[in-house]
Design a protein around this ligand. Structure first.
Ligand SMILES: Nc1ncnc2c1ncn2[C@@H]1O[C@H](COP(=O)(O)OP(=O)(O)OP(=O)(O)O)[C@@H](O)[C@H]1O
Length: 307
């Protein structure tokens, strides 16, 4: 089993009367890309700040690379890079000059750390261009470069895609995939738009009002959101046997309560209904189901999207 890079246990943060994070449990294994999804105000930033030790939990525990004690945690934090918002870069300095400033301030050894980080995010050729002239996408990438300067094994990114145009989103996503592939960097990335994390996250955590509602792998989520034909019948076991024997269909599940979810043969539903009716199976209902990830999330939090 893969080693866990980040584990939170009953992680809680209270700001006065506001319960920003409410006993959140997260498990993030090495090499995963974890999509932390929640509406505005759900508590994503606060979780990331606690994981990055930028704010102290009211209750609960953060474990990083297996460490929980204060001293070991401090060491483990050196293996972490965080981008919570675009850091305050100097508008009149170039990308290189800005990173060099932070490298010295943070005591990161080796001047090549700047060059490597710029290279990694594709900003090595920005020359004399000053930060103030950067596009939002470039600013986000420079923020990422800063988080990458200490060559972290874990990256914590709070809404880094927010505000980027579709092209910028694809670029940023590819950049993260490349980091993950090439350096096995484990990534925790938050967003209030689930679809932004699609094709990127390998697992998801759904957060609402500070509570972690569900943690699910991307594969399981895809499975749950798959297109299917739901058939309500009086004799599900016999109907299932018929589907298999007469039509050669195998990709289905029989749900408790007499429904069958059929994942193949959807293009010719009349074949299915014809067979069942012809064999005296009562068909009470037939519904084409399928949810995109956004629908799934909204179903989970049980409300209208306000974010
Ligand atoms: N420093 C603070 N002082 C008081 N309340 C805070 C503070 N930081 C966050 N909160 C509150 O905690 C809750 C969670 O906020 P948080 O920023 O973590 O949510 P979020 O999911 O990151 O939302 P967003 O996408 O809007 O940043 C909100 O109700 C917010 O108002």
């Amino acid at each position: 089993m893969a080693e866990n890079v980040l584990v939170t246990r009953a992680l809680t943060k209270r700001y006065g009367g506001t319960l920003a994070v409410d006993h959140a449990d997260i498990t993030l294994a090495k090499g995963e890309i974890y999509g932390l999804v929640g509406r505005n105000g759900a508590g994503k930033t606060t979780i990331i700040r606690m994981a990055a030790a930028q704010t102290v939990p009211t209750e609960g525990e953060v474990e990083l690379f297996g460490a929980t004690g204060e001293k070991e945690l401090e060491k483990a934090r050196a293996r972490t890079g965080a981008m919570v918002e675009i850091p305050s870069f100097y508008p009149y300095l170039t990308a290189r000059e800005n990173l060099e400033y932070y490298r010295r301030q943070r005591g990161i050894a080796g001047a090549h750390a700047v060059e490597d980080a710029l290279e990694q995010v594709g900003l090595a050729d920005t020359g004399k261009k000053k930060f103030k002239a950067f596009s939002l996408g470039m600013k986000q990438r420079l923020g990422l470069a800063l988080a990458l300067m200490n060559r972290p094994d874990l990256l914590l990114l709070d809404e880094p895609i927010n505000g980027l145009d579709p092209e910028g989103i694809v670029e940023f996503r590819n950049l993260l995939l490349e980091l993950n592939r090439q350096y096995q960097t484990t990534i925790l990335i938050s967003s209030h738009i689930l679809s932004e994390l699609q094709n990127l996250a390998t697992c998801y955590g759904f957060l609402d009002k500070g509570k972690m509602l569900e943690q699910i792998s991307a594969a399981k989520l895809r499975e749950k959101c798959r297109d299917c034909l739901e058939l309500k019948v009086d004799d599900a076991p016999r109907a299932a046997a018929l589907l298999e024997r007469e039509l050669g269909l195998r990709d289905f599940e029989v749900l408790p309560g007499g429904a069958i979810r059929l994942y193949e043969g959807l293009e010719e539903p009349q074949k299915v209904t014809g067979l069942l009716i012809g064999q005296d199976i009562s068909l009470y209902g037939m519904e084409h189901r399928g949810a995109n990830l956004e629908d799934y999330f909204l179903g989970l939090i049980g409300g209208v999207h306000h974010g």
